[in-house]
Design a protein around this ligand. Structure first.
Ligand code: C2E
Ligand code: CA
Ligand code: CA
Length: 564
């Protein structure tokens, strides 16, 4: 309804040639009808003479100054004393002065309506320009693109439209580093280069900080356009004497039908461009499955907050064993989510998703609360075990998290030495400055810090002496391959040596066979974790597992004592 109204206004303000001719005839007929009405209603003495203003104002509004003037002249002619009497019934003729005076009024009204309509139209045009253009690049924005898209679609009928979205990677970081003025200049330059790269059939638009979009003529090849853009754009832009290196990714979508709206095409092209970033590819094409995946992701993000509230999340605990004594010494808490529709969702899928939203903060609180409560129960049963929690850097996003850990720890009377925080090597190495304070703070409290997935993250190891680590956990990939691959074996051996040189405890995770266990023991590894002993288990099962293991350890110790 709104769209129809807008189109109607659009057609009246900017009429096509056909409509213009029709309007000229309408105005002329209206003037004729006006003259006849004046005659029928008694002559020019009576107020019906004012009906002439209607076609005059209409002509001025639609055709401007000249149109208003022309309609006024026509009205002037039609009201000539030879055509219209002053009083038809009495047969009184009009005086020439009256006629001339009225003519001047007609002209005035015609000119004024024409001039004010032109001013109004110009105002509307400039407002529309502003509404349809991006203020930074001067290119059409989403509304502008949509206007071009709709116009083009009306002509194309059955052709399927294609859209390319262009994303500049890490634009936000560039903006933070160089400031908004330089970023704006950069975007303007990229926009100009894009315009130069494409021909007239391709429309370049700006999606603000979301990148750029190209509306591609269905007869053109998107791949070829991308090739030309790649040659034309960057990779280095020197703005304000600062050389900026840009990584540019392209997402392509071919519309399913001619009726598919631009918003849907842009959404899909953005998904494809996002996937190109994720997969380190320059360009990717949108496939139907991508949509299903992205819809599932949106649904998961949406459901995650409910999951925390409705207790759909729970923790499993995987035991850790000392190589030297064979005793259970701790557990690692691993989160599980049983989604009512999708079933079990692996933490590797939903944790990174939750990290894209603020939901990671309530999750972190839930994790700390839930696991500390469980550890307190085990402490009541005198289980001599530590608890490890996995933290990504996003878990530390909330500045109150360290305080929260401290508070809940005190509430459950847990000594800090019973707690370990595992952070992945890549997270630490990528953001060493950000994490340093937080990890130092936790370490000062007496909580142990472990480097998780050691060996996979970064080749530079300087973080090992810059940050307060107590433990390294060698990644499973090395453990899995060490018996068949001498390089993996050498890496594990070196990691254990390095850890011991630095006074760190070394954990091997992902141990699945006795052979792997024996090999690691012979290398002097400290702590073992893996399916060979136990899988991650719900709290109750973990409790009975630990209980029976502790009893078994005690029996062995007593037997050894007796034997000795
Ligand atoms: P991770 O911290 O490296 O955890 C170890 C993963 O290896 C767990 O997978 C565990 O079930 C699995 N695993 C343990 N032993 C073996 C084995 O012998 N063989 C094999 N094949 N796998 C073994 P899970 O539970 O699926 O967790 C995957 C990852 O999700 C974790 O890797 C961790 O990075 C993340 N994660 C889990 N819970 C949390 C959490 O509460 N917070 C955060 N930030 N991340 C979590
Ligand atoms: Ca871990
Ligand atoms: Ca790990």
């Amino acid at each position: 309804m709104k769209k129809t109204f807008e189109t109607l206004i659009d057609r009246l303000l900017y009429p096509s040639i056909g409509v213009r001719i029709l309007l000229v005839f309408t105005i002329m007929i209206l003037e004729g009808v006006s003259a006849y009405t004046v005659h029928l209603t008694g002559g020019t003495t009576y107020s019906y003479i004012h009906v002439f203003y209607i076609p005059i104002i209409l002509a001025g509004t639609i055709f401007g100054f000249s149109g208003g003037g022309f309609a006024a002249l026509l009205a002037f002619a039609l009201t000539h004393p030879s055509i219209l009497a002053s009083d038809v019934a009495l047969g009184t003729p009009q005086s020439l002065e009256n006629w001339a005076f009225r003519g001047i009024f007609f002209m005035l009204i015609g000119f004024l309506s024409g001039v004010s309509a032109s001013i109004f139209r110009r105002f509307l045009k400039s407002r529309e320009e502003r509404l349809l253009r991006d203020s930074i690049t001067g290119l059409p924005n989403f509304l502008g693109l949509r206007k071009v898209f709709r116009k083009r679609h009306a002509d194309l009928e059955n052709d399927q439209p294609s859209v390319i979205v262009i994303l500049i990677r890490r634009l936000q970081e560039i903006d933070t580093a160089v400031g908004p003025n330089t970023t704006e200049k950069l975007l303007w330059n990229v926009g100009q280069d894009l315009k130069n790269a494409v021909d007239d059939c391709t429309t370049v638009g700006s999606l603000g900080t979301g990148g750029f979009a190209l509306l591609v003529d269905p007869k053109k090849s998107c791949e070829q356009i991308i090739e030309t853009c790649k040659k034309q754009l960057g990779p280095v832009y020197t703005i304000d004497k600062i050389p900026l290196f840009l990584e540019i990714h392209y997402g392509v979508v071919h519309g399913e039908s001619a009726k598919e709206p631009l918003s849907s095409l842009l959404r899909k092209a953005k998904i494809a461009a996002g996937l190109a970033v994720e997969n380190e590819r320059t360009s990717m094409r949108f496939e139907k499955e991508d949509d299903a995946k992205s819809k599932r992701n949106v649904a998961l993000i949406h459901d995650f907050s409910e999951a925390i509230r409705n207790n759909e999340l729970n923790l499993h605990y995987q035991p850790k064993i000392s190589f030297k004594t064979g005793r259970v010494i701790g557990v690692e808490a691993l989160v599980r989510w049983k989604h009512p529709k999708y079933g079990m969702i692996p933490p590797n899928e939903f944790i990174p998703l939750s990290e894209t939203t603020v939901l990671i903060n309530p999750f972190t609180k839930w994790l700390v609360q839930e696991s500390f409560k469980q550890l307190a129960r085990w402490r009541e049963r005198k289980f001599p075990i530590t608890l490890s929690l996995n933290f990504s850097m996003k878990n530390f996003q909330d500045p109150t998290v360290v305080e929260e850990i401290h508070k809940i720890r005190k509430l459950y009377e847990i000594p800090p030495s019973d707690l370990e925080i595992e952070v992945t090597e890549s997270a630490v190495a990528n953001d060493i400055n950000k994490v340093a304070d937080i990890l130092l703070n936790l370490h000062k409290q007496g909580i142990k810090i472990a480097v998780d997935d050691f060996g996979t993250g970064h080749s530079a190891l300087h973080y090992l002496f810059e940050l307060p680590f107590d433990i390294i956990k060698i990644d499973q990939v090395f453990i899995r391959s060490m018996l068949s691959n001498s390089a993996a074996d050498a890496i594990v051996r070196s990691a254990i040596l390095l850890g011991h040189e630095l006074n760190l405890q070394v954990v091997a995770e992902g141990i699945e066979t006795k052979e792997e266990f024996d090999r690691l023991k012979s290398m002097g590894c400290d702590i073992a974790q893996g399916f060979w002993f136990a899988r991650p288990m719900p709290a109750e099962l973990a409790t009975s597992w630990i209980d029976s293991k502790l009893k078994q350890d005690l029996r062995i110790r007593k037997e050894v004592k007796k034997g000795g």
